[in-house]
Design a protein around this ligand. Structure first.
Ligand SMILES: [Zn+2]
Length: 179
């Protein structure tokens, strides 16, 4: 019987391999970069910001938060950056997402309720209740803003905080997929 002279291909995975699935992964190092703003100018109606990005080479703590000095590659300023553990980063991202989605759902619900209660009248009277809709309108805008900020924030949050008034910002380096 010719069973073939080939041994079956065996791939051994190192025993330390773990599969951490999910969108909420937080790397061992922050992926977000330190942003140094060089200048801002107006070209026509377009504001153009020139900045440079510098990595934050601080390993995440196993637990909690730690503060570590990070030197900006552009101006050499040393900033005390706070870096949160992967777990805390994931929790904060989840919370932001939860709040964001909740606020957006609430926005839609309030809008639907309003539309339902506001049956159009055929009379030619000017609407007298416009003023009372104003706070509700502000409420909807606020809810929508919270929703957007929450969802966008959950994507951009990377468990890093800069000291106040550091003159720098945080930014995700752009991934070049297509232009
Ligand atoms: Zn700088």
């Amino acid at each position: 019987m010719d069973s073939g002279g080939h041994d079956p291909l065996v791939v051994e995975l190192p025993s330390t391999t773990t599969c951490r699935g999910g969108v909420m992964r937080a790397g061992e190092h922050p992926r977000i970069h330190l942003q140094h703003n060089h200048n801002w100018r107006l070209e026509g109606s377009l504001g153009i910001l020139t900045y440079s990005l510098h990595p934050i080479p601080v390993p995440r703590p196993a637990k909690g938060v730690k503060t570590a000095p990070v030197r900006c590659g552009a101006c050499e300023t040393e900033l005390d950056v706070r870096v949160y553990s992967a777990q805390l980063t994931r929790i904060t991202r989840s919370l932001l997402l939860l709040v964001g989605v909740g606020a957006l759902v609430a926005t839609v619900l309030v809008a639907v309720l309003l539309m339902g209660s506001d049956e159009p009248r055929n009379g030619s009277e000017p609407p007298e209740s416009t003023l009372s809709y104003l706070p509700v309108g502000f409420g909807i805008v606020a809810l929508f803003t919270v929703g957007t900020v929450g969802i966008v924030g959950s994507y951009f949050y990377d468990g890093v905080r800069l000291p106040r008034r550091s003159g720098h910002a945080l930014r995700r380096p752009r991934r070049r997929s297509r232009s």
